[in-house]
Design a protein around this ligand. Structure first.
Ligand code: FES
Length: 66
């Protein structure tokens, strides 16, 4: 699932970053480069991607809590 179009970041990469950094957005951005170009995917309603970064982080936290 595409999370960041500019940097071609998929959900799996975000999930790996969340495993290390929890909900620390800055750390996740630094590690994956997601959200560091146009910034669209930092908004919940970004229509360039399937799963914008905040929603991807939320989903990962939910999955990892199981
Ligand atoms: S879509 Fe993520 S920075 Fe542009």
């Amino acid at each position: 699932m595409l999370v960041c179009e500019c940097n071609e970041i998929e959900y799996d990469a975000i999930k790996e970053a969340v495993k290390k950094h929890g909900d620390n957005l800055d750390a996740i951005m630094e590690e994956t480069d997601a959200g560091t170009t146009c910034g669209c995917c930092l908004e919940d309603d970004c229509d360039k991607v399937e799963l914008p970064l905040p929603l991807a982080i939320k989903k990962a936290l939910e999955e990892l809590a199981k």
